[in-house]
Design a protein around this ligand. Structure first.
Ligand SMILES: NC(=O)c1ccc[n+]([C@@H]2O[C@H](COP(=O)([O-])OP(=O)(O)OC[C@H]3O[C@@H](n4cnc5c(N)ncnc54)[C@H](OP(=O)(O)O)[C@@H]3O)[C@@H](O)[C@H]2O)c1
Length: 245
């Protein structure tokens, strides 16, 4: 069966659960060959077992820039190319500043900002090479958040700051890499059911129409990376139907 992403190599960070796992499955369903990155190797191996023998597993903490560079080099060494990078790994707590733990703030910056910077920095030269080749285009998709567009409540303080930061970074990259045909996309989800939102209390009392599933966000990523090469979908803001903020 042929897919829209046959021959494409895609690396997904945070592929061990939630949106990253769903995105890896969706990319594989379109024919892409997957490189799965995260810290929990057992989860990645189990997903790789489902996705097929070409899938590779890369155990890495995205906040360790040297380790990330090593993993991206390993991806290209194993697969020969890199066409799509999905910057999905992320972490978020929601605590009013007066009660917050500085270490938690630093972790959010390390994963959500420094992780995206390190992964993108390591991947860009491979993406420009891929874009100059047979496919004629390459993609960076970063999973930001509604919190990257607005501060809906004060408890999102540092999480929102990290997502605003990757939004600004992505816009700069978009301008710089347009001529080299590396598309830069931001997906900005509202509330999604995941380990993250279960752990940080965001799911609260929301009803069925107040929360999305990880597969809903994976579909947005697939939409971005399967457009004709003349089309760059730079942002997708997607909320559950009943989310008002
Ligand atoms: N759920 C929502 O409502 C929502 C809304 C907007 C945006 N987002 C964003 O969506 C992305 C995915 O979140 P999710 O909701 O799917 O949560 P999740 O299920 O908790 O997934 C987070 C992923 O990030 C990985 N990760 C975390 N820290 C890492 C590190 N230091 N190094 C490498 N990987 C790391 C985790 O893997 P390991 O633990 O195995 O390393 C896991 O695979 C995040 O960027 C999040 O900010 C989520």
């Amino acid at each position: 069966m042929s897919g829209a992403l046959d021959g494409v190599v895609a690396a997904v960070t945070g592929a061990s659960s939630g949106i990253g796992e769903a995105t890896a499955r969706a990319l594989a369903a379109e024919g892409a060959t997957l490189a799965l990155l995260a810290r929990r190797r057992d989860r990645l191996e189990s997903l790789a077992g489902e996705l097929g023998t070409a899938t590779t597993v890369h155990e890495v903490d995205v906040s360790d820039a040297d380790a990330v560079a090593g993993s991206i080099d390993e991806v290209v060494a194993r697969h020969g190319r890199l066409d799509v990078l999905v910057n999905n790994a992320g972490y978020g707590t929601m605590t009013p500043a007066a009660e917050a733990d500085l270490a938690e703030w630093r972790t959010m910056v390390d994963v959500n900002v420094n992780g995206v910077l390190a992964t993108t920095h390591a991947a860009l030269r491979h993406l420009t090479t891929a874009a100059a080749g047979d496919r004629g285009v390459a993609d960076v998709v970063t999973i930001s958040s509604v919190a990257g567009r607005k501060v809906a409540n004060p408890a999102v303080n540092v999480y929102a700051a990290t997502k605003h930061a990757v939004g600004a970074f992505s816009e700069a990259l978009r301008q710089e890499f347009a001529a080299q045909h590396v598309r830069i996309g931001l997906v900005e989800p509202g509330l999604v059911r995941s380990e993250l939102t279960a752990a940080n209390g965001a799911l609260g009392e929301v009803g069925e129409l107040g929360v999305m599933e990880a597969t809903d966000i994976a579909e947005a990523v697939i939409y971005m990376v399967t457009r004709p090469r003349r089309v760059a979908v730079n942002e997708i803001l997607v909320r559950p139907i009943e989310q008002t903020r």
